[in-house]
Design a protein around this ligand. Structure first.
Ligand SMILES: NC(=O)c1ccc[n+]([C@@H]2O[C@H](COP(=O)([O-])OP(=O)(O)OC[C@H]3O[C@@H](n4cnc5c(N)ncnc54)[C@H](O)[C@@H]3O)[C@@H](O)[C@H]2O)c1
Length: 259
């Protein structure tokens, strides 16, 4: 029988390794991809030593159609395409009047065009039953004026998911979205560093204290999320337990946006 394969983009980031490790329990092969291929080998070897899945690595800039096509050639040779997790993303706090057209386009190129290119090729090649999970963000719904570019790009991903869900509903390919809340990965570490540089009220506080303050103010449950919390939601949407769920968006955020 063909080996069930899932692709995880952004696999070298803060969330990617936890997502890939969790879903390795449900797939025969996980294909880890990122622009930082060098960081993927250790993650793949940890997955192979802790699960029975095979873990492959490949470099891919998800915003580049040729690299995406190459990645799918690798995937097609390695198994039957059944899962895709669009986790690659970039984001940074930027005041509205400092967002240049180039920065706007770069954020959309990775977060939105990347999710589109990866999904379009998946829809062409996947063998049903199959599923896509997009990693959006509560930034898509927060109206944060420091995240106009990021929030808009992540809101677009939710509508992309809706369109795929409806378009593929009779083909056996499902599409759902997870909106993570606050996980202390590099993305947040850079944001905290930015706030420390730009907000005098934070003088004297450590980065961990700044992050803890943001969490306390923003999250009703009063605690940040862990990569494993996001991975669990992803695994659910990819699995047969969600066989009648498509076009949905789940916030894993301790109640931060309460939708
Ligand atoms: N950390 C959070 O609190 C949080 C909250 C909401 C949403 N998210 C989303 O979750 C996803 C993962 O975030 P993270 O916290 O792990 O961030 P991260 O910065 O740690 O990881 C992102 C990964 O994406 C990769 N990447 C960037 N551009 C790429 C490209 N063009 N092609 C392929 N890979 C690329 C990076 O190399 C990196 O490994 C992102 O989409 C992010 O927007 C994160």
């Amino acid at each position: 029988m063909a080996q069930k394969l899932a692709i995880v983009t952004g696999a070298a980031g803060g969330l990617g390794p936890a997502i890939a490790t969790r879903i390795a329990a449900d797939f025969d092969v996980v294909l880890l991809t990122d622009v930082h291929e060098d960081r993927l080998h250790e993650i793949a070897s940890n997955i192979e030593s802790s699960t029975s899945a095979k873990a492959l690595v490949a470099a891919c800039d998800v915003s580049d159609p040729e690299q995406v096509a190459d990645l799918y050639r690798t995937a097609a040779d390695a198994g039957s395409l059944r899962g895709l997790v669009n986790a690659a993303g970039i984001g940074m706090f930027t005041p509205m009047d400092e967002i240049t057209p180039e920065l706007w386009d770069r954020v959309f190129a990775v977060n939105t065009r990347g999710a589109f290119l990866m999904s379009q090729e998946f829809m062409r090649l996947a063998e049903a039953p199959a599923a896509i999970v997009h990693i959006s963000s509560i930034g898509a719904r927060a109206g944060n004026d420091m995240l106009a570019h990021y929030g808009a790009s992540k809101a677009a991903v939710i509508e992309l998911s809706h369109a795929i869900a409806r378009g593929c509903a009779r083909t056996g390919i499902r599409s759902n979205t997870v909106m993570p809340g606050f996980i202390y990965t590099d993305m947040w570490r850079h944001t905290v560093a930015y706030l420390q540089e730009n907000d005098e009220a934070l003088a004297g506080l450590t980065a961990d204290q700044v992050f803890a303050g943001i969490v306390d103010q923003s999250i009703p449950m009063g605690r940040p999320q862990e990569p494993e919390d996001i991975a669990e939601a992803v695994a659910f949407f990819l699995s047969d337990r969600a066989k009648n769920i498509t076009g949905q968006t789940l916030a894993v955020d301790g109640g931060a946006i309460l939708t």
